[in-house]
Unconditional design. Structure first.
Length: 152
């Protein structure tokens, strides 16, 4: 199981997701370009010292990322056809999250093997990407036994 962030815009969200990855022992892929300069300082506030404890792979672009993909791509999207509580996850899944401002382009959306949305109250647009990523990852780990590998 991995988290992948498509062209993230906000360093604080990346830091939060790196911290999540570190705490849950899940690697993170960053698909560039990003909307901020990659630096320890940019990530420090949300990622704290956890960012150094997560496996991070940076990819120059979408094609470079795709060349490394060996599992299903499960896209978290507001345009997803499958509500999270009805989605099925597999241990080798890569949970892909779009940028905060634009999500993902149609080509990336269409390339995903599965598209999952977090159900929300009518009239509201979306969750913060880090919150949505935590919800997807939590459910994926529950379904695949990933919680069992962590200590209590």
């Amino acid at each position: 199981m991995r988290l992948a962030l498509y062209q993230p815009d906000i360093a604080g969200n990346v830091g939060t997701l790196l911290r999540l990855g570190a705490c849950l022992d899940v690697a993170v892929d960053l698909i560039e370009p990003m909307g901020f300069a990659w630096s320890d300082r940019a990530l420090a506030r949300a990622g704290m010292d956890y960012a150094a404890q997560v496996t991070v792979r940076r990819h120059a672009d979408w094609d470079a990322f795709l060349a490394t993909v060996d599992g299903r791509l499960v896209l978290g999207t507001t345009r997803g056809a499958t509500p999270l509580h009805r989605a099925t996850f597999e241990t080798g899944d890569i949970l892909l999250l779009g940028s905060e401002g634009a999500g993902v382009p149609d080509g990336v959306h269409d390339r995903a093997d599965a598209r999952v949305r977090v159900p929300m109250r009518a009239g509201l647009r979306s969750l913060n990407v880090a919150i949505a990523g935590a919800l997807l990852l939590g459910e994926a780990l529950r379904q695949t036994g990933g919680w069992d590998k962590l200590t209590d």
